[in-house]
Design a protein around this ligand. Sequence first.
Ligand code: SF4
Ligand code: SF4
Length: 510
Amino acid sequence: MFPRGNLYSTLLAGIAVAVAVAILGLAIRRFLVQPKWLGAVSRESGLIGLLIFLLMITYLAGLGITEDSVLGKTTWWAHTVALLVFGPLLPRSKHLHLVLSPLTVLLRHPGFGKIPPLVGDDDFGLDSGKDLTRLIALQAYSCVECGRCTEHCPPFNTGKLLNPKEVVLGVRTYLNDNGPASTEPLIGRHLSAEALFQCTTCGACEAECPVGIQHLPILVGLRRGQVNTGKWGNEYGARLFLNLERFGNPMGFGQSERQKYIDRISLPYYDGTQEYCLWLGCMGAYDLRGQRIVEDLVSILRHFAISFGVLRKERCTGDAARRLGNDYLFAELAQANIEHLVEVGVSKLLSICPHCVQTISEDWQELGARFEIVHHSQLLAKLVSHSSGSQSLPTAVFHDPCYLGRYRNVDEEPRRVIRQEARLVEAPASRRSSNCCGAGGGLVFLGEEPGRRMNVERARELVSTGASLLVTACPFCQTMFQDALLTGSASPPAIVDIAQLIRPTLVSKR
Ligand code: SF4
Ligand code: SF4
């Protein structure tokens, strides 16, 4: 029945076979296939792999031969020597992750993509070694160098400098070289400022990491270090911060433009009696495409007699300032908004922008705000009936915005809305594995990106499905794809927001 007649040995033998096969697979991938995103593989990695393989093979061989034979003794010694070499290597190599990674998973910050607040007035973010927290150090030493984060990083995949694995390893090498209390700047020999500011904060790295490393607090922490010490000299960034400070929106429009828009489509003001406070957001208030999405949503709300009102004063949520590392500006913007929302008695908000939804519901919490905010896809999903499934409907592909699908797990609601109007086809990367449009993390305001453009690459993936409609649920994504398709295919699909897609049907009903 079982070798040696007991369940324990059988289990162990099964595990040894599985590990040996896995190590063989790893060797083939790392030394023969060598995908680009894996980067250079160290000799140490090969040695450790060999030792693990040897341990497994000698264990398995030992099961079938007697210990007294020459072969038995050779196998025993080979197993023991491999173990003796392996033991001392462990704390000095990346294989420390065998011990540390369970701790990393256990101690990670709760919540996805959450940026921990600055601690006190002397916290300027991650500028030198003394600013690295124990958790960041633990995470840096837990990295197994699998490269999954890099494999899924849109800036890396479009030829940028950013490589999230190298960011984590850069922190580890810094600690090895300088120790944790060093005052040597983190940016320099080990990490590049240019790479940091190429991150869209899409969260793919964090979602893919098998050992629970949280890249965003590290990336944004390092950006904070650069911004707060005045080391980030970027013309676009400086203009963005100035616009946010002076005008309360990233584009630099006067508040009167928002007022004109509100008057033009006769939006009611929130007075405490309506169900929703409709948060226009900067795109909804100042951008022509965003305004059109708001108009379709408003028309649906009116048709279903869902009461709503907008604020007289609204400033940017601070999303871009926060993700670019300017926490002081973020706090100023958020605080002004929170005070006004409290003053007019708002408890429930509705927004067309996943970035506003995430910032208001998660980032504002550290300033004491607790508002319920609903993305319009969640409300629209409740208003649609079942899909007709008719073959005569056009085909549509949905682009999951990172801040909706990956950050908030809202991926079924927009699809429910689309199925009412179209036959849904899925993109090669979708839901929590969606590819970024390139706008997040404040990058949409930082001018032309170097190398291949992320919006063009993602648009190409979506167009490759052959769908006649490209459906979005974020005003930034819509803008990015409209720009991408201007330079792309000869007969591009029409781009619509879910509210624009469903409005004609919903408003003609009842
Ligand atoms: S958050 Fe996205 S863009 Fe930034 S490093 Fe991770 S995968 Fe790359
Ligand atoms: S996915 Fe995680 S473990 Fe793998 S290389 Fe990236 S940071 Fe390291």
